[in-house]
Design a protein. Structure first.
Length: 461
């Protein structure tokens, strides 16, 4: 069987050809067509957060805002920990899509949805001790914790739908329907904004209304996603039987992939928790400055994630089609655009970082400390970009063991470097250790890249 050509948005059927001079242009267009809608979808997240913050900030007491911030942090950790549902689905679906296996696409979605609802049900079953433990661990005044509990108990009921939405997004990215993914994300965020204004100002539900608004958006977002699944699914497929759905080999692969990504995510969370812990030893102003400068890292991630997601879709499709040429082009072009994006972020931070800091805080001590360490945040994009992009490459290739091993190794390097450098160089040493960690992610993953190409075994003609 000859390798199939990799498709983008179901519109390109051009087979790769070494003699076609327009090929690089087509590949640049492919990457940009996939990346930009994802970037736009990502940009809706800060807008939503700003609305929630503004609504909470206009309630009777500052403790309401603290409660929303604390409750939101709980869900960020919980849901980010289950982010493997999105990443694993993208890789599996992208490979089935590249192979033209429409039944495989459908089967992988069904299994991932089953897992999402099972995890969501488990979260609901342990919601009371989970919320109580998380809030006590994060701290805060008694009043802030009370508002955080109200927020969490209102929001948590949509956990199965929130996790299922990860699967829907993974399907859309894996099948390269990025414009539809953008519409779905905008729909969810628009519902959330309307609901929070209605629940808080019309129904007077307070902080619980903000949590309930997010829950409503997640639930209605899944209804919208299910509608998309039904409308865009391939017709004429064989019935999905219980034997196919619970196929032992397929379920084992799904569990292994998700386990590896879960461990990788825990290591990433641990690294930033360790960074925060060591920063706290430097004093309150330094701790606040570090938290502020980590927003620079978040802004960069929103922008560069588009190219990582494009890599997931294109690499997965290339592997499914057993097309080494397409695999090489996907990695080369996404790396190029990611590097250009990282350079743009570094230049922005070097030239406008002081102004950005002034917009984020009006505390003189925090501003001064943040400017002192701004150079590290400005350098970070060009060092971090390689690990960010290669994450997408390995997720698309479903080489999750390498992802896990790379992150474990990088975390070990970071802990060692932070002990050595933070003690001698203070917060400058801590930032140097963080950049060593980011660089280690790229270096360790790069060593595994040849394995992806070697895994392609063309089918016999």
């Amino acid at each position: 069987m000859a390798p199939r050509s990799v498709q983008v948005n179901d519109t390109s059927h051009d087979a790769p050809s070494a003699t076609a001079p327009a090929l690089p242009v087509r590949w640049h267009r492919r990457v940009l067509a996939l990346a930009f809608p994802i970037v736009l979808a990502n940009l809706t997240q800060p807008i939503l957060g700003a609305v929630d913050t503004a609504v909470a900030g206009h309630l009777a007491s500052a403790s309401y805002l603290g409660g929303v911030a604390l409750g939101g942090l709980v869900f960020n950790f919980v849901f980010w920990g289950f982010g493997f549902l999105r990443m694993g689905t993208t890789g599996l679906v992208a490979q089935a899509f590249g192979a033209g296996d429409h039944a495989g696409v459908r089967n992988n979605i069904a299994r991932a949805l089953l897992l999402a609802f099972a995890i969501g049900a488990a979260v609901l079953a342990v919601q009371t001790p989970l919320i109580e433990y998380a809030i006590r661990l994060l701290g805060g005044s008694a009043e802030v914790q009370q508002h955080a509990r109200a927020y969490c108990h209102a929001r948590i009921w949509a956990a199965p739908f929130a996790l299922a939405n990860y699967v829907v997004l993974g399907w859309l990215l894996g099948t390269q329907r990025v414009r539809v993914a953008l519409v779905a994300q905008v729909f969810i965020n628009a519902v959330n904004i309307v609901a929070v204004l209605l629940y808080v100002y019309r129904f007077d539900w307070g902080v619980a209304g903000i949590g309930a608004a997010t829950a409503s958006a997640d639930a209605l977002g899944f209804v919208f996603g299910a509608f998309l699944l039904w409308g865009l699914h391939s017709r004429g497929l064989p019935a999905l039987t219980r034997r196919v759905l619970f196929d032992g080999a397929a379920l084992k692969r799904l569990v292994v992939l998700n386990r590896d990504i879960f461990v990788r995510t825990l290591c990433l969370l641990a690294s930033f928790a360790w960074f925060t812990h060591l920063g706290a030893r430097q004093g309150d102003a330094t701790l606040a400055a570090n938290a502020l400068l980590l927003n620079f890292q978040t802004f960069m991630a929103y922008g560069l994630d588009g190219f990582a997601h494009a890599a997931e879709a294109l690499v997965g499709a290339a592997l499914g089609a057993r097309d080494r040429h397409a695999l090489r082009r996907a990695v080369q072009v996404t790396l190029l655009w990611s590097a250009l994006g990282a350079l743009a972020f570094s230049l922005l931070y070097w030239t406008a970082g002081g102004w950005i800091i002034a917009q984020l805080t009006d505390q003189p001590a925090v501003r001064e400390a943040a400017r002192t360490y701004l150079g590290w945040a400005a350098l970070s994009p060009v060092i971090s970009v390689w690990g960010f992009l290669l994450d997408g490459v390995f997720i698309g290739a479903t080489r999750t063991r390498e992802l896990m091993v790379s992150m474990v190794m990088s975390l070990a390097v970071f802990v060692a470097a932070s002990w050595a450098l933070a003690g001698a160089g203070g917060n400058h040493g801590l930032w140097a250790a963080l950049l060593i960690f980011m660089g280690a992610r790229g270096v360790t993953l790069a060593r595994f890249v040849p394995r992806i190409a070697h895994s392609i075994r063309p089918e016999p003609a």
